[in-house]
Design a protein around this ligand. Structure first.
Ligand code: FE
Length: 341
């Protein structure tokens, strides 16, 4: 059931309850339900919620929206929020949610076992549930994979007029640059980003798909995208002349990020919310959770979808993704200084 129906339910509760029963306690009495705020789109979560409800009898209500308005809403609702759990994409956003105080720490042996430490908050405010690799994509007609090396290498003048990027306003790029700051420090990272900007074939694009379409159309030769967008494009247009490259394989590895979840600070069904996240991290749900969006399971014991597996194996950067949040503000300022729009 969608949360929009909640207001009607609340009114009904108030009419029924009188002085004895508050709205909150009315909600609390129904232990077999959960309320989720999700920045992950409905078609990516509903099949999992349906499977969980069928298995456990727990009714999951949810709303979906972009990360920022959901966070605002959780913050504004405070202890009156009906939300038990937040699902969002990008460690930068999860870190912000924890920073704003809308998430409560969770200690769970199952989550610590299922999710590697670099994909979750050290204090248990959030846990990665899928991994997205942000990697290099290129036109195999005009670029040999042997010419590619690292993200840093895209700053080389040999790529002048050949690079396409998505806007720096997107959190995915803010996180990518934040992780580079963690690796190299600000001065060197700024130098690299200035090199990228000098190599741009055209102004940054609004999304990853447009970036890839520009490469396929010959406007540029190389770019940086999340692999699930590549997967989607290749499913839709299998003849598109594009290929993926895994950079930094002899040093820190490919930049990865997560979609993930946390239990809200004022959750009325805290134990149930923890159980749902635990289930989502387990072998039964991980394949579907990652596969629906052509991502990688966060649980290393679960194999990716066959289409994703076909892109080949690669080394991931194992620095804790929380750095993407910690260094986000520095990253945004650095990209601004470097002229990355
Ligand atoms: Fe995305």
């Amino acid at each position: 059931m969608k949360v929009e129906n909640y207001q009607a339910l609340k009114v009904l509760a108030m009419l029924l309850s009188g002085a004895m029963l508050s709205v909150a306690s009315f909600v609390v009495t129904a232990a077999d339900e959960l309320v989720v705020y999700s920045a992950r789109k409905e078609h990516l979560i509903k099949p999992l919620f349906d499977a969980y409800s069928e298995k456990t009898g727990v009714d999951i209500r949810y709303i979906t929206d972009k990360a920022a308005p959901l966070l605002e809403r959780l913050h504004a609702e405070g202890e009156n929020s009906p939300a038990d759990m937040l699902i969002t994409v990008d460690a930068g956003n999860l870190w912000q949610a924890a920073e704003k105080g809308v998430l409560a720490p969770v200690k769970s042996d199952a989550l610590e076992k299922n999710i590697p430490a670099y994909l979750r908050d050290a204090d248990g405010h959030w846990f990665g549930l899928s991994v997205r690799a942000r990697t290099i994509v290129y036109a195999p007609d005009r670029v040999k994979s042997g010419e590619l090396t690292t993200y840093e290498g895209l700053a080389d003048p040999k790529w002048q007029g050949r690079l396409c990027l998505r806007t720096s306003k997107k959190v995915y790029n803010q996180s990518l640059i934040a992780m580079m700051i963690a690796q190299h420090g600000e001065a060197k990272t700024e130098e690299i980003v200035r090199g990228w900007v000098a190599n741009l074939a055209t102004a940054p694009f609004s999304n990853d798909t447009r970036t890839m379409e520009a490469i396929a159309a010959g406007q540029c030769d190389v770019g940086i995208v999340n692999t699930y967008y590549y997967g989607r494009l290749m499913k839709k247009s299998p003849d598109t002349r594009l290929a993926l490259f895994w950079p930094n394989q002899s040093d820190r590895g490919v930049h990865v990020n997560i979609s993930g979840a946390g239990v809200t600070r004022y959750a009325r069904h805290r134990d149930e919310a923890i159980k749902l996240i635990e289930w989502l991290s387990g072998s039964e749900a991980q394949g579907m959770f990652a596969g629906l969006n052509l991502e990688y399971p966060a649980n290393p014991d679960v194999a990716p979808d066959a289409a994703v597996l076909a892109w080949g194996d690669f080394r991931q950067d194992r620095l804790n993704v929380s750095k993407a949040g910690e260094l986000q503000a520095d990253s945004v300022m650095l990209m601004d200084r470097a002229g990355y729009k």
